[in-house]
Design a binder for this molecule. Structure first.
Ligand code: NAI
Length: 243
């Protein structure tokens, strides 16, 4: 039987690196994306180069209905399989100081990041619990740990993911399922494009932004059988920015 990992927002950035890294660890990958099919196809090509297979699943993680339909569709086509590793990576930011933040920017960031965590994870729990093995890893952020000005919405969503993961970890630890988060600092991707890197680096002890591969390696550890006694935790990947 093949082993399957789902990576939301797997078409580019950190998600793509995680998808490729998990393929190298022997997983077939389900790549979720929302809008850029070309990028999702590039990720799939890299997965095939790594010797694995997979499928591209288009859905908006903010929509419970779309997400459930896509995941149920995959399960119906693959009745013998189950998704063993979930990587909740999809996320957006709509930064603004709270005094000027439109309601829509508050809601959308919460719906994609925190809503997405629920919408994706909830339907996959029952099959995972039946098989008594699983790994759930979610992308938090340094912003969710320390709170960052201009990111009240994003900090709230990421802090919510951390607490929800801790609660879920307790609920399903006896089923051999671990639930953890990683909290990246500043990583070079589209999301951090346009930030003033030189100024920000002055506050990062390592003196540089991180790479997507550095995040993917930590996710791969948490996804591995070796991480079996690590649950309800957050691993920071931030070059010493916040400890
Ligand atoms: P990115 O902007 O390059 O990629 C985000 C991914 O999420 C894309 O594949 C996008 O299609 C997907 N996505 C967005 N909305 C979606 C939706 N509604 N449904 C499905 N997919 C959706 O961002 P990056 O940097 O790769 O970020 C990945 C994750 O890591 C995000 O959750 C982000 O908050 C988190 N993170 C990133 C940091 C950074 O410095 N780049 C730092 C800390 C956390």
């Amino acid at each position: 039987m093949a082993k399957y990992a789902l990576v939301t927002g797997g078409s580019r950035g950190i998600g793509r690196a995680v998808a490729v890294r998990l393929a190298k660890a022997g997983y077939n990958i389900l790549i979720n994306y929302v809008s850029r099919i070309g990028e999702a196809e590039k990720t799939m090509a890299l997965i095939r180069e790594a010797g694995q297979d997979g499928e591209i699943l288009q859905f908006d993680v903010a929509s419970a209905e779309e997400t459930r339909k896509a995941l149920e569709g995959w399960q119906a086509r693959n009745p013998e399989e189950y998704i063993e590793v979930i990587v909740n990576n999809a996320g957006i930011r709509r930064d603004n100081i709270m005094a000027l933040m439109p309601e829509d920017d508050w809601n959308r960031v919460l719906q994609v990041s925190l809503g997405g965590f629920f919408n994706v994870t909830q339907p996959l729990l029952a099959p995972m619990m039946r098989r008594k093995y699983g790994r759930i890893i979610s992308m938090a952020s340094v912003s969710g740990l320390m709170g960052m000005q201009g990111q009240a919405n994003y900090s709230a969503a990421k802090a919510g993911i951390i607490s929800a993961s801790k609660a879920l970890a307790k609920e399903i630890a006896r089923k051999n399922i671990t639930v953890n988060c990683v909290a990246p600092g500043f990583i070079k991707t589209d999301m951090t494009e346009g930030l003033d890197e030189a100024t920000l680096c002055r506050n990062i002890p390592a003196g540089r932004f991180g790479t997507v591969e550095e995040v993917a390696d930590v996710v791969a550890f948490l996804a591995s059988p070796e991480a079996s006694y690590v649950t309800g935790n957050v691993i920071s990947i931030n070059g010493g920015l916040y400890t």
